[in-house]
Design a protein around this ligand. Structure first.
Ligand SMILES: NC(=O)c1ccc[n+]([C@@H]2O[C@H](COP(=O)([O-])OP(=O)(O)OC[C@H]3O[C@@H](n4cnc5c(N)ncnc54)[C@H](OP(=O)(O)O)[C@@H]3O)[C@@H](O)[C@H]2O)c1
Length: 318
């Protein structure tokens, strides 16, 4: 099959032929209609996490997939042949930007009926990360005050909408040209990080969702009220600032979860949460898609569509 691959750490992304993933008892094979890309893909490509998440080569890029089930493992109960599904496959099954992807039954959910495959592919990794940060770990509830950094990005755009649905009061940071977008998504207070200091304006927050780390994360501790919580997906509290400010700090790595993705999909079908897609590329343009992501200021998610051959398994060439 055709796929967007790298053949070594730091190698450029090219389109090449690789074996179609072998079906296992607990997995399904999906004819991929669309994938979306995430910063972690490039972090892994550059070998920055090779000690904890080593790659094998050729490595197929991408962790977010939407498509149609074309083969079902003997132990899979969550879906059937021909179902439209979306998923964030686990590390071992990475490889979304390809004609076919393998996903465990426990990691997929039915594609939201109201979304196209391109929209659905934008949801799993970023949407699950936002859900796990705010709900599973942050325990956000109605009336809480939450600061969500980078509200115009992939994770942030989902996080604002999920927090709005919960009934929280939301402050967010973004560049000036994205202020209207994040307000439309549900932000109550918007701070342009290019001109204003959020920590001069915000105080007494229950929760901070940090995805920037570094000095932004360090300054965010001052925004929390005593006993508040900071959830970061980027930085570690190496200076023990949580103790200094009397707050709780947690860093976490998101986990694939088909049941949770199904809940998020149901919420999406109510219209309460909608994907924000900044740009769409074809599989052949994958390298350009990752260049766009690497500039650090993409709006919402970047989607990669897969050609019609994968959409029609009868004419595709595994
Ligand atoms: N631990 C985990 O499990 C996990 C999971 C998912 C993501 N992550 C990490 O979380 C981070 C965000 O991921 P993502 O997919 O949302 O990335 P993304 O879509 O590339 O996010 C880019 C956004 O960051 C914003 N931004 C850049 N500098 C900013 C600043 N100083 N203040 C506020 N906003 C700023 C940009 O907004 P403007 O253009 O408006 O400035 C842009 O919208 C990445 O580092 C990723 O690796 C970790």
């Amino acid at each position: 099959m055709n796929a967007a691959i790298i053949t070594a750490y730091e190698a450029p992304i090219t389109i090449g032929r690789v074996d179609t993933p072998a079906l296992t008892g607990d997995s399904v094979l999906i004819a991929v209609h669309a994938a979306s890309i995430n910063p972690i893909d490039d972090i892994l490509r550059l070998g920055k996490m090779k000690d904890v998440m080593p790659l094998t080569f050729p490595h197929v890029m991408g962790y977010d997939v939407s498509g149609v089930v074309v083969a079902v493992g003997a132990d899979v109960t969550q879906c059937a042949l021909g179902d439209a599904v979306f998923a964030r496959p686990s590390q071992n099954d990475a490889g979304a930007i390809a004609e076919f992807a393998r996903v465990k039954g426990s990691e997929l959910a039915m594609k939201p009926a109201t979304l196209s495959h391109a929209q659905a592919a934008s949801v799993p990794l970023a949407g699950l990360t936002a859900w796990q940060a705010l709900i599973t770990r942050g325990k956000l509830k109605a009336g809480d005050k939450v600061l969500i950094h980078a509200g115009s990005g992939g994770v942030g755009s989902f996080a604002i909408q999920i927090a709005k649905h919960i009934g929280a009061h939301i402050a967010t940071t973004c560049s000036g040209h994205n202020i209207d977008l994040v307000k439309r998504l549900g932000a109550d207070v918007v701070i342009d990080h290019t001109t204003d200091a959020f920590d001069q304006q915000l105080s007494d927050y229950d929760l901070v969702f940090d995805m920037l780390g570094g000095e932004t994360m360090a300054r965010s501790f001052t925004v929390l009220k005593p006993g508040g919580t900071m959830i970061s997906i980027k930085g570690q509290d190496t200076e023990n600032l949580a103790k200094k400010f009397g707050v709780h700090f947690e860093w976490f790595l998101m986990e694939p979860d088909g049941a949770m993705l199904g809940e998020l999909g149901a919420l999406i079908d109510t219209g309460a949460v909608q994907p924000v897609i900044g740009k769409t590329f074809t599989m052949e343009q994958s390298a350009a898609a990752y260049e766009e992501l690497a500039n650090g200021h993409s709006v919402g998610k970047i989607v990669v569509t897969i050609s019609d051959s994968a959409a029609n398994p009868e004419t595709s060439r595994p």
